[in-house]
Design a protein around this ligand. Structure first.
Ligand code: ADP
Ligand code: ZN
Length: 293
């Protein structure tokens, strides 16, 4: 049995099982690290003897270098009380091999393994919600660099008539600053879900998201793009984004007609990806060729 944790800014999902059809899940609201971790460990405790590995897909920024003594440390996250928390300490308390990656990478792996990314070798996952994030699979493997990718903070041109300054605390008008859920609320003065489909907000949203996505697609050359997150629940936005992306790229690269697909796993993509991370960790420790007869 595998265990997974999806760590988000408002809630955690913790689960045990082997995949979407065999999964027990508990939702835990995000509080300070101590009570949250206690709730996670309490829930996992009865399963502990059967758990062979844990995967964690977490908000960040995160130290992902396994050779670093700071492995698993949360950096300057917007959740201030979580800064300095170490996922390694939870792994030690649970006492099982633990794999860690970002929430977006986790969701990418979840969609690849069980969702709308199945069968793709080069997959891009993007989420547009409270933040904007992305995770990429290149040649079947999660793409990681010296640090983890922060695709949501790429820079995009300004729509000339848009006076909104952007809401990213670090960059102002990066993609997240211009097109996240909070950016929609800040620009138009009400929550994104209350903006009706005919509101000009959505044309502008597709305009910005298409430019961000164009950068991602030109850089990573995915064969498929899976998109999730609360903002993309807006009816028609995905279709408008697809059309705008093709207009922006102007035929320079040939895109498959079904390049963009909605997330199949929704808000469980990260949790399932966490199980996928645990599974990968076990496979790496115990390659099939080295197993006994
Ligand atoms: P989080 O990013 O915090 O994990 P979500 O992916 O659900 O959570 O994204 C939350 C954001 O999505 C909020 O900014 C909210 O305003 C926006 N949102 C939720 N539902 C809709 C909707 N139907 N249309 C547009 N925006 C929505
Ligand atoms: Zn930014």
């Amino acid at each position: 049995m595998l265990a997974g944790i999806q760590a988000g800014g408002t809630r955690f999902l913790v689960g045990v099982g082997t995949g979407p059809d065999d999964l027990r899940v508990r939702e835990i609201p995000t509080r300070a690290p101590d009570p949250t971790v206690r709730a996670l460990l309490d829930w996992l405790a009865p399963f502990a003897p059967e758990i062979s590995a844990l995967g964690v897909a977490s908000f960040g920024p995160l130290e992902l270098d396994r050779s670093s003594p700071d492995w698993g440390r949360i950096g300057p996250a917007p959740k201030i009380e979580w800064r300095g928390f170490r996922w390694g300490s939870l792994a030690e308390r649970l006492g099982v091999p633990t794999a860690l990656d970002t929430d977006a990478n986790g969701a990418a792996l979840g969609e690849l393994r069980w969702g709308n990314g199945r069968g793709a070798n080069d997959l891009l996952y993007g989420t547009v919600g409270t933040g904007i994030g992305g995770g990429a699979i290149a040649n079947g493997r999660l793409l990681r660099g010296r640090i983890h990718p922060e695709m949501g903070h790429v820079l995009v041109p300004r729509e000339p008539s848009d006076p909104y300054p952007g809401c990213c605390p670090s960059h102002g008008d990066c993609l997240e600053g211009l097109a996240s859920g909070p950016a929609l609320a800040g620009r138009w003065g009400r929550p994104a879900e209350e903006l009706p489909p005919e509101h000009p907000a959505w044309r502008l949203e597709a305009w910005y998201l298409a430019r961000g996505l164009a950068n991602w697609v030109l850089t990573l050359a995915p064969e498929r793009v899976v998109l999730g997150g609360g903002v993309l629940r807006q009816p028609g936005l995905l279709t408008a984004l697809d059309a705008e992306l093709r207009a922006v790229l102007a035929g320079y690269v040939e895109l498959p007609s079904d390049l963009i697909r909605p997330s199949a796993l929704g808000d469980r993509a990260g949790l399932l990806g966490a199980l996928g991370l645990a599974e990968e960790l076990l496979a790496a420790r115990d390659p099939p060729s080295e197993r006994g007869p």
